[in-house]
Design a protein around this ligand. Structure first.
Ligand code: C2E
Ligand code: MG
Ligand code: MG
Length: 620
């Protein structure tokens, strides 16, 4: 054992390291000599000290393995020496055997009390000394070994602890990253990735909660709002999906500004949003929020590259506790939203149970409509179009009707919107076109009937996004053998708004075949005259509302003269729709309108009445 940093360290190097080192402390030189010679003979390394000072120096040099200590010494006696050694860190662990002539029990007890490990009485027996020394040395060696083993064990434990800590650290990191991933996945399940708003799933969970609260507390009232953007598709189709996405984000932010932070706003999908308003006094509070939203949405959205205007229709449903399922609350808000759309968009509508019945009826109608196609329940009526220059019939517009087996004759305004929504319109329109072409061909073959009698058919905007439309038109022309130049297709402004590549191609191909294109209901939609320049139209059909105004308030000719004048200058023919009185007819004639159509001449009639009509004298 080294006493580090002490200069006596050199002596230690001289000691035989293989031998156990015993320090003898006795004031009697003779005793020292005798003991030393015995122990040296036994193979120990023996050092001697006559007093405390020498003993301390010896210990500082090398810490001995054992000390044999005399009790009775001048100045500092053996007990004191032992106490000092025990109080000193470096020497505290050295076993001390007392050797003394004092042989009282009291002395022995004291010797053990101050820290001695054994006691040998003088005069001593050599053998006894040797055995006791060997014992203590063996004990000490064992102790040291245990200590060393302990140290090694501790080292191993430390190493293991370190390794475990490392593993724990790695595990914790792994757990953290998994938790993060889990969080992200939870977000994906509950939130909409585009707007970061709650999604439909989370919305229905919140709705469930509101319904539960309403069932539990009679003073808790809430409302559900279903918001759908009007004509969002136009933005997507004309400006692209990226702009559409940007707009959706902007809409969601603006909606948030209309709501309190504790009110729930969710994106239900596409351009649909859901709102839950809680703790409302009455329905008026929900209406106020809807009005605020509508007025905020009516302001333009300044996106990165475009300024866009968008409106929305909102359905409001009062959260009655009688609902069984939260989904039904949303369903009815949705129904109310559809009513808002049907009433002209950019407005709200409050749900009432009658609407549910209507919705069911609508569904029935949709099912019936599918069957109607198979059962061929459609009939085409024909309304004459009069040339104002000659006063003669120039052609007919084909208008579809549905002969419902139970409800009787149903007008197109009732079923065309459903047919458009469900896609059934494609089949209906093609069937009408086919029937009309076949029919006009039959009439033309009658003597006295002009060969250039035109036939107009209404085509839904949906058909124009179908690349095979032209192929089917060709087939109809071939089969019915009509001259394509007498065919006039009536389209709505939405076709022009969706002026996609497919639409352009279809229109180009129609032109090639000399098929005419008529813009129907002109003035009711976007009414932008600018598109007339870059869209190859043959005729404009002025909506009946213009004709009506003209008749009621003569001074209010409105835009009519301007529209007719401009169309004329562009070489576009003008047809006036909904002419019911002679006054209206006269005014249109005075404005140089080309054609007219309306009850004044004839209502749409069944095909079997057409020939008689053509042969009769004009009444106008
Ligand atoms: P539209 O193409 O503008 O047809 C004119 C509508 O005005 C017809 O209604 C016609 O009966 C009505 N009408 C004609 N003259 C007068 C009049 O003097 N006064 C009044 N008040 N109304 C008059 P109808 O037949 O009910 O058709 C409504 C709409 O349904 C049509 O409007 C057209 O957009 C659509 N539609 C009709 N048949 C078809 C079809 O085969 N395919 C498609 N896609 N739509 C069709
Ligand atoms: Mg029409
Ligand atoms: Mg029309």
């Amino acid at each position: 054992m080294e006493l580090t940093g002490t200069p006596e360290i050199m002596h230690y190097k001289l000691l035989d390291p293989d031998k156990k080192d015993i320090l003898l402390i006795d004031d009697m030189a003779d005793n020292l000599r005798i003991l030393s010679s015995i122990l040296t003979k036994e193979g120990y390394n023996v050092r001697k000290a006559l007093n405390w000072q020498m003993a301390i120096t010896a210990c500082q040099t090398v810490v001995p393995d054992l000390i044999l200590l005399d009790i009775m010494m001048p100045d500092v006696d053996g007990y004191q020496v032992c106490q000092r050694l025990k109080s000193w860190d470096i020497t505290a662990e050295i076993p001390v055997i007392f050797i003394s002539a004092l042989d009282e029990i009291f002395d022995k007890v004291k010797a053990f009390k101050v820290g001695g490990v054994d006691y040998i009485s003088k005069p001593f027996d050599f053998q006894e000394v040797l055995v006791r020394v060997q014992n203590q040395i063996a004990l000490r060696t064992a102790k040291l070994e245990i200590l060393q083993l302990n140290n090694e064990l501790e080292k191993k434990i430390n190493q293991r602890t370190w390794e475990l800590e490392k593993t724990l650290e790695i595990l914790q990191k792994e757990i953290a990253s998994r938790q993060q991933l889990q969080g992200k996945m939870l977000d994906m399940v509950l939130y909409d990735s585009l707007t970061s708003l709650p999604n439909r799933f989370m919305f229905s969970k919140r709705l469930e909660k509101s319904l539960r609260l309403a069932k539990e507390a009679s003073n808790y009232h809430f409302a559900v709002l279903f918001l759908d953007c009007d004509r969002f598709k136009v933005v997507n189709d004309s400006l692209g999906h990226l702009v559409g996405d940007e707009l959706l984000i902007a809409i969601s932010r603006r909606l948030q500004t209309c709501l309190r932070s504790d009110e729930i706003l969710a994106r239900l999908g596409g351009d649909e949003f859901g709102i839950i308003l809680e703790n409302l006094p009455d329905i008026n509070a929900a209406i106020q929020v809807a009005e605020r939203i509508l007025s905020q949405l009516s302001l333009s959205f300044k996106l990165s590259r475009y300024e866009v205007f968008i409106n929305a229709s909102i359905g409001i449903n009062w959260g009655s506790k009688d609902y069984e399922q939260p989904e039904y609350l949303l369903r009815d808000a949705d129904t109310a939203m559809y009513h808002a759309k049907a009433l002209g968009r950019a407005r709200y509508h409050v749900f009432n149970p009658a609407m549910y019945q209507e919705a069911i009826q609508l569904l029935d109608l949709e099912n019936d409509l599918r069957r109607a196609i198979e059962r061929q329940e459609f009939i085409v009526y024909y309304q004459p179009i009069i040339s104002l220059a000659t006063g003669r019939v120039s052609g007919f517009e084909a208008l579809v009707r549905w002969q419902h087996p139970v409800r009787g004759l149903i007008f197109p305004t009732e079923f065309i919107p459903i047919a458009e929504e469900t896609g059934l319109i494609n089949t209906i329109d093609k069937w009408v076109l086919h029937s009309a072409c076949r029919q006009v061909r039959i009439w033309q073959d009658y003597p006295g009937i002009p060969k250039n009698l035109t036939i107009s058919a209404n085509l839904s905007a949906r058909l124009f996004s179908q690349p095979n439309l032209i192929f089917e038109i060709d087939q109809i022309i071939q089969e019915t053998k009509i001259n394509p130049a007498i065919l006039q297709l009536e389209i709505t402004e939405s076709v022009i708004m969706e002026n996609t590549h497919t639409v352009k191609t279809v229109i180009h191909q129609l032109k090639e075949r000399n098929i005419k294109l008529i813009m129907d209901d002109f003035g009711t939609g976007y009414s932008s005259l600018s598109y007339l320049h870059n869209f190859p139209l043959n005729a404009l059909k002025i909506d009946k509302s213009f004709v009506k105004i003209m008749g009621e308030e003569p001074e209010k000719m409105g835009l009519l003269p301007a529209i007719i004048g401009m169309a004329e200058s562009m070489g576009i023919t003008v047809i006036a729709e909904g002419v019911e009185t002679k006054e209206q007819l006269k005014k249109l004639q005075s404005l140089n309108c080309d054609f007219a159509q309306g009850y004044l001449f004839s209502k749409p009639i069944e095909p079997q009445l057409v020939l008689d009509f053509l042969n009769a004298e004009p009444q106008w």
